[in-house]
Ligand binder design. Structure first.
Ligand code: ACO
Length: 272
């Protein structure tokens, strides 16, 4: 029996214990969907490359789903859900220009498409991070500075370019899924497709700064390995005060990488 027929039977069964334990029905629904390997959004879900003309729609998705929800943004109190953050928007818009990013679009109704997930990828060259860090001093958004100071300094201290003989990297910068569509495997699919884009464009190394426990799990499940970590409680100011009080279960930043070997065929057939 398929998920769509089975889920209501379980949820409505008089002996179902979830009612007594007070577990939200949405959580149970997602668990059943995962258990039975089905995905209700999949029927109408399309994955497309992001072009610069999609920028405004992508930013609107991020304002509603990434800007306030991502663990570091949340800890810094970067912005309210739905509101704009010029510094982060500039960072996202720059990545879109590299034409390596992918979006998940729900095409439920003809002509009415909704962006429900994005992965923004860019090309990273030696020297880019040091340049970004020096530019950070001129940024007047103190919360943005707290976040990117951590990321840039960590990347410079644990320098992937010094360990791998590459002159550029495929940088997975932003991973975001609409809060109403989470738990359906969309982030997994976006990362899988990013690896395919990197491979198609001849990259030998991918990197990602994963800030939360779930994104870390997703990257690892696609063959990314941990290069370095930074516990959030150790990111402190001169008085020893934690700069970003990130909420559990997210406890550390992970810099992950994935090396692509010429003979490695696993994602080669993935098309966009
Ligand atoms: N609780 C438990 N497990 C979870 C959760 C959760 N809330 N979210 C994801 N997972 C796990 C799932 O168990 C799943 O594992 P499985 O394949 O073994 O079943 C795996 O993560 C992938 O789940 P998806 O359904 O593909 O993830 P989803 O589409 O829900 O998106 C994401 C996950 C991107 C983290 C989403 O929650 C989000 O947008 N969060 C806010 C922004 C954010 O934190 N982005 C990542 C920052 S790092 C970066 O951008 C590079």
């Amino acid at each position: 029996m398929g998920f769509k027929r089975l889920a209501p039977r379980i949820l409505n069964h008089p002996g179902f214990r979830g009612r007594a334990t007070g577990i939200p029905r949405s959580k149970i629904f997602i668990t059943i969907r995962r258990r039975f390997g089905d995905c209700s959004g999949c029927d109408t879900m399309e994955y497309q490359m992001i072009a610069p003309e999609h920028s405004e729609q992508v930013l609107e998705h991020l304002r509603r789903n990434f800007f306030a929800d991502e663990p570091l943004n949340k800890a810094a109190g970067l912005c309210q859900n739905g509101s704009s953050c010029p510094a982060l928007e500039a960072h996202c818009a720059e990545a879109i220009q590299h034409r390596m990013s992918v979006m998940a679009v729900d095409a439920k109704e003809k002509g009415a498409c909704k962006i429900v997930g994005v992965v923004l990828n860019g090309i990273l060259k030696p020297g880019d991070t040091a340049k970004a860090l020096s530019k950070l001093d001129c940024n007047d958004d103190a919360d943005f500075r707290k976040i990117f100071d951590l990321l840039h300094r960590h990347n410079l201290k644990h320098n992937l370019f010094e360990h791998f003989d590459v002159d550029c990297m495929f940088d997975v910068r932003i991973l975001s899924v609409d809060s109403c569509y989470r738990g359906q495997g969309i982030a997994n699919e976006l990362v899988k497709r990013s690896v395919a884009v990197a491979r198609k464009n001849g990259f030998r190394l991918l990197k990602a700064d994963a800030t939360g426990i779930f994104s870390q799990k997703i990257f690892r499940s696609h063959g990314f390995e941990v290069f370095s970590e930074q516990p959030y409680i150790k990111y402190t100011d001169e008085d020893g005060k934690v700069i970003l009080p990130v909420e559990a279960p997210h406890i550390k930043l992970q810099q992950l990488y994935k090396a692509i070997c010429a003979g490695d065929q696993d994602e080669k057939k993935q098309s966009l």
